[in-house]
Design a protein. Structure first.
Length: 72
């Protein structure tokens, strides 16, 4: 029983670390749950972070560059 709890705890830990990554919490949780936590950790390390949302001008909805948003 303790082995199963440790397995699920590792899956939750990997999912929590990956919550701001490309697949999100549930993607990493199910990946590590159905495969293994070791495979889930490898997928986590190999994935990219989520892309940042491009901010738009509130008046004309034109996309602003990153340098323009840093000056504000």
């Amino acid at each position: 029983m303790a082995v199963y709890l440790l397995y699920v705890a590792l899956c939750i830990l990997i999912a929590f670390i990956g919550s701001n990554r490309k697949f999100g919490f549930w993607g990493y949780f199910f990946c590590s749950l159905f495969l293994t936590p070791a495979i889930g950790a490898l997928v986590l390390v190999a994935s990219d972070p989520r892309p940042k949302k491009l901010e738009k001008c509130p008046k004309c909805a034109y996309p602003l560059s990153e340098s323009a948003t840093d000056r504000q």
